[in-house]
Design a protein around this ligand. Sequence first.
Ligand SMILES: [Zn+2]
Length: 113
Amino acid sequence: MKGENRSPMPLAILHILLHVAIPGAAARLAFRDTWLTSWLIMTSAMIIDVDHLLATPIFDPNRCSIGFHPLHSNTAIIAYTLLLLVPKLRLLSLGLLIHVGLDALDCLRMGAA
Ligand SMILES: [Zn+2]
């Protein structure tokens, strides 16, 4: 059937771009005066993908990160949510939640959530 054997790589590239663009849009909308700093802080949440280094293969475009990688576990997501309560960490928390939200969307695409 048409499209069945398409590579997931273009979607993986789109996924990475969204990890940069969505925090950028959120920063522009919610933090107009400090959007650049806000964007950088929220985008820095991508550091949690360091947990991919523990997996084999490190990158699998067909693997759902949520619940698989330690920094993408439900416990971690609860901790990221609790960080909203700490004013100085609120932007980082928002970035982390946007990050796991985008990863969760990817899981929906795979039918894994
Ligand atoms: Zn991730």
